[in-house]
Ligand binder design. Structure first.
Ligand SMILES: N[C@H](CCC[C@H](N)C(=O)O)C(=O)O
Length: 335
């Protein structure tokens, strides 16, 4: 039998699968097929999800995280998901501070004080960070560095920042009306379909500046579409905030980022010539799913035994008490 978890960070939801339970790890094709099956909002389990987080052994770290978007594409990193993987590995190994392996870096993670009763929290390292065109990749935009830059091919007057953390992000600071308007979806769809600018797609975030060190972020994700939150997106956005609005944000200072699914904290650090971002937020397990290994491999979900954990109620109490809920509630994607 195999047990998966249904998890979320800021209501950005995933199925978490510890592949070390399996007689052999899944192939990339099997993981892609399983992800599309499990996460489908109509035919998947528990109303679907935004992706799958697969854990495998990795020498010298507590384990490796592989991220698959709901469309089956692989992602370089997932900030909200990494917090739930940190919790899973902490509870599995008893460690509270350790590293999780990804193809691009071994990332430091640590258990934090709960955000509220029944709302466990973890901090995770978001890195490596790069503004280089080949890191996103981007091309055909008339520049090899996009920081506070108008990109007429994408929007007539918004100023964008593009950064890989290491998955690709394109960020603009906008008004409240623009945040709720049609442009985010239009740009998200344009740059995640066939296009000469971001050939591998890009996560697009619009953020409203609410005050010093305080943002509201909404993301149209590569490989998913709108989600309630994007951890790497909120991390990249606070780096862009510091670079483009130096009177309202600063390195090594705590930022609060509200999103349709809740809230996270970030701190942007700079070591010599490179940035890294600390992302702190909830790691909630809403259910466990148990089924025979063969049924999992075959995508036969009929046999799945589902147990709710009861944690969602505590998370909803925490979110209900947050400021800016009115704006969030107008933007929440079905949980
Ligand atoms: N859609 C993203 C991966 C998930 C990132 C997001 N869910 C997060 O929390 O960082 C990509 O393809 O780069």
């Amino acid at each position: 039998m195999v047990t998966l978890q249904k998890v979320h960070g800021s209501e950005n939801s995933f199925f978490l699968l510890d592949e070390t339970q399996l007689t052999q790890p899944l192939s990339d094709d099997q993981l892609t097929t399983l992800t599309q099956r499990l996460t489908n909002k109509e035919t998947g389990l528990l109303g679907g999800a935004d992706g799958v987080l697969a854990i495998t052994d990795a020498p010298g770290t507590a384990g490796k995280m592989t991220v698959v978007n709901t469309d089956g594409s692989f992602a370089k990193l997932c900030g909200n998901g990494l917090r739930t993987v940190a919790r899973y590995l902490s509870e599995k190994t008893g460690q509270t501070s350790f590293r999780v392996h990804t193809d691009f870096a071994d990332l430091a993670v640590a258990k934090q004080e709960p955000l509220a009763a029944g709302v466990p929290a973890y901090s995770v390292e978001i890195s490596p960070v790069s503004f280089a065109p080949e890191a996103l990749p981007f091309a055909n935009l008339g520049t090899d560095r996009i920081v506070d830059t108008v990109l007429p091919a994408i929007h007539p007057h918004l100023k964008f920042t593009a950064v890989a953390v290491p998955n690709p992000h394109l960020i603009a600071f906008v008004s409240k009306d623009e945040l709720a308007g049609p442009d985010l979806e239009r740009i998200g769809k344009q740059l995640n379909g066939e296009n000469p600018y971001f050939p591998e797609g890009v996560n697009v975030t619009f953020a409203e500046i609410l005050g010093q060190d305080t943002l509201f972020a909404r993301t149209y994700e590569r490989g998913v579409g709108f989600t309630n939150a994007c951890g790497t997106g909120m991390s990249a956005t606070t780096l862009a905030f510091i670079l483009t609005h130096p009177h309202q944000a600063a390195l090594d200072r705590v930022n609060t980022v509200y999103n349709p699914g809740g809230m996270v904290k970030t701190v942007v650090h700079r070591d010599h010539d490179h940035y890294w971002i600390e992302l702190i937020g909830n790691a909630t397990v809403t259910a466990t799913i148990t089924l025979p290994e063969a049924a999992l491999i075959d995508g036969d979900l009929q046999q799945a035994v589902i147990k709710q954990t009861g944690e969602q109620a505590a998370y909803e109490r925490f979110v209900a008490a947050l400021p800016h809920r009115a704006l969030a509630d107008t933007l929440t994607e079905g949980a």
